[in-house]
Every structure is written in structure tokens, then in C-alpha cells.
Design a protein around this ligand. Structure first.
Ligand SMILES: *Cc1c(COP(=O)(O)O)cnc(C)c1O
Length: 343
């Protein structure tokens, strides 16, 4: 049995939605994009959204909307993909790397505070693997927060959806994310002025001035797929939680540390990340040999790209964490097969 690490869930409704756009003859950014922006804004509980062509573009435009540029500093966590680092570097700003919590994998207030200076212009907070970071603690730093919901679309913190706390929030709809448009992203906010800036920068042509702009637009083809997927997001999340509960139950007492779930938080298991210590490498190999594509969740922590600070927790997680397949189309039989071979 070959089980991939991740797999998009594409149903007949998705095919119908995309082919309707193809038949309409209007493929580029148009009404379908506007509809998807409205729907996701409503779902998260913010005023509006601006769709773009990737999560990385969403991060880049969010930073530009906040006026981030050369001479400014932006705090980001170490234990995350390099999209965050790249977005900061695109603006000319200096990335400052903070460590994460060993149990919850999210950026901690204490380590972020150590990176705080007079030059700090923003803090990017990714909610890792489906569980929100401690937004209340991080708000105490009094720095504009960009929430990165690429891995936590639909997760909640204290009863409110992740993505409704930051001054701006970003999503990614890459093929492996909670819902997909192939590639895609969105910026969400209650601040219409900031969103106007983002909307302005998304297209290169402007009758107003000759400032440098981008081509970061989403297509109607993608947005139609996004809307169709969003309608099933609650069902996707329910299935992810069900699979996670089966793993939690099976791994109890097996030497594999199951994901930590913080009180008052709604973990939606974008990834089911366990800790295997010692024996991470052997565990990966054992499952690979059985056709299960387990993976390390982060390939290179960001403090190894730019050496601004030590991040001992991120280094520890590199040697312990393993991501086990969890996605809506994973069958019960596949879940049982994974469990049987993991313990
Ligand atoms: C995937 C991801 C991104 C990048 O999104 P793309 O759409 O692939 O550009 C950014 N941040 C986090 C936390 C992600 O998981």
C-alpha cells in the first residue's frame, strides 16, 4: 500500500465549478475571485479579503501595505518554511528569527520579545500544523501582527477563528493546504485602507502613478475551485480531526509523543506531527519501507539561513518531529495500516 504524505480532495463539484468557468470564456481575475474573497472573509469573520496567486505573495503584499522596507526589521519564527523569510527579504527588510515552543511548535512571546528593537515593524505569526499560536500573549508585544493561516484555515483560538486577530492575515491555497486552488493565496483584514493598498499592488497597471507594482492576481478558474473547496472545508476539518483522534488513541503509550493540544484551542490537524525521540530516523525509514510517506515537517529552520539568534527548540524539533499522513481522502483502512506499521 503506497500512501502519499498529502493529497488534495477533488470531488465532482470541483470539476463542475472549474469547467463552468472554462466554458464561460472569462478565465482571469473577475467575479469568481470577488465571490471567493467575500466567502472566505465571511468564513473567517473579517470585513474583506484580497485574493492573490500564492501565500508568499500574500505575505509580501502584507508587509508592503504595512510600509515595511529597507532598514526595518520583521520578526518571524525559525521552525517554518522559507516562504516567510523570502517575503521579508523581498521588501529589503531584515528578518529577525525567534524560537518556538517545544510542545506546540508555535512562536513564543518570550523569544519574540528578545528580537524586539526600535526597528521592529511587524511580527509574522504562522499557526503551525493546524493549531493557533498564543495570540493573547503575542498581542502584549504591541507590534503589528500578520497572521499566517496557511496551515490553520478554520482553526480557532478562544472561540474566534484564526485570521481574525492580526492587523492582516494571509492564507495559502497551495495543492497540499487545507483547501486548494492549485496555487493561490489571500490577504484578509478588517482594515480597508490596508486592503486597498494590497489591491493596488496586486496589478501592475495603474492610471494614477508609475510606482512599481506586481502581477500577483488569482484567476477565476482558481477562485471557482476555491469556493467549491471552501464549501467542504468544515467536512474536511471534521475528517482530519477524526483521523487524529484515531492516531491519538493508537499511539498512547507507544513511545511516540502525540501532538499537544492547548486548552481553549481548536486543533484542526493540517499536519499530525508526532515526536519520536530517540529514533526519528529509524521511524521514518520503517514507515517508508512500508510505503507510507511520512516526512519531517520543516526542511531547514530559518535560523540556519540567517544566523541572528540561537533557536535550541527548533533544533531539537528537527531531530524529533515526524509528520504522519492526515487528509480528508485518507481511508479508514489506510489509517489502520499506518497505525499498524507505526507502533
Ligand atoms: C505554505 C505556506 C506558505 C507559502 O504559501 P505558498 O502559497 O506556497 O506560497 C507560507 N506560510 C506557511 C506557514 C505555509 O505553510
Amino acid at each position: 500500500m503506497a500512501i502519499p504524505h498529502s493529497k488534495p480532495s477533488i470531488h465532482a463539484a470541483d470539476l463542475a465549478a472549474v469547467s463552468a468557468v472554462l466554458k464561460s470564456g472569462h478565465l482571469a481575475q473577475g467575479r469568481k475571485v470577488e465571490a471567493f474573497e467575500r466567502e472566505l472573509g465571511r468564513y473567517i469573520g473579517v470585513k474583506a479579503g484580497v485574493a492573490v496567486n500564492s501565500g508568499t505573495s500574500a505575505l509580501h503584499l502584507s508587509l508592503l501595505a504595512l510600509g515595511v522596507g529597507t532598514g526595518d526589521e520583521v520578526i518571524i519564527p525559525s521552525y517554518v518554511c522559507s516562504a516567510l523569510l523570502n517575503a521579508v527579504l523581498y521588501t529589503g527588510a531584515t528578518p529577525k528569527i525567534a524560537d518556538v515552543g517545544l510542545d506546540h511548535f508555535n512562536i513564543t512571546m518570550e523569544s519574540a520579545r528578545r528580537q524586539l528593537t526600535k526597528k521592529t515593524k511587524a511580527l509574522i505569526v504562522p499557526h503551525m500544523f493546524g493549531q493557533a499560536a498564543d495570540m493573547k500573549a503575542l498581542a502584549a508585544l504591541d507590534v503589528p501582527v500578520i497572521e499566517d493561516c496557511a496551515q490553520s484555515l478554520g482553526a480557532a483560538y478562544g472561540g474566534r477563528k484564526a485570521g481574525s486577530f492580526g492587523v492582516l492575515s494571509v492564507c495559502s491555497f497551495y495543492a497540499t493546504k487545507l483547501l486548494t486552488t492549485g496555487e493561490g493565496g489571500m490577504i484578509l483584514s478588517n482594515n480597508t485602507k490596508l486592503l486597498d493598498k494590497v489591491r493596488d499592488l496586486r496589478e501592475y497597471d495603474s492610471p494614477v502613478d508609475s510606482k512599481v507594482r506586481y502581477n500577483y492576481k488569482m484567476t477565476d478558474l482558481q477562485a471557482a475551485l476555491g469556493s467549491s473547496q471552501l464549501a467542504r472545508l468544515p467536512a474536511f476539518i471534521a475528517r482530519r480531526k477524526k483521523i487524529a483522534a484515531a492516531y491519538d488513541q493508537a499511539f498512547k503509550g507507544s513511545g511516540v509523543t502525540v501532538p499537544y493540544k492547548a486548552a481553549g484551542q481548536d486543533h484542526i490537524y493540517y499536519r499530525y506531527v508526532v515526536k519520536v525521540s530517540p529514533g526519528q530516523k529509524a521511524f521514518l525509514k520503517k514507515l517508508h519501507n512500508k510505503g507510507v510517506d511520512v516526512s519531517i515537517p520543516v526542511f531547514k529552520p530559518l535560523h540556519h539561513y540567517v544566523k541572528t539568534a540561537e533557536c535550541p527548540a527548533a533544533d531539537k524539533l528537527m531531530a524529533q518531529a515526524v509528520s504522519i499522513p492526515v487528509y480528508p481522502d485518507l481511508s479508514d483502512a489506510q489509517v489502520q495500516y499506518i497505525i499498524k506499521n507505526a507502533i
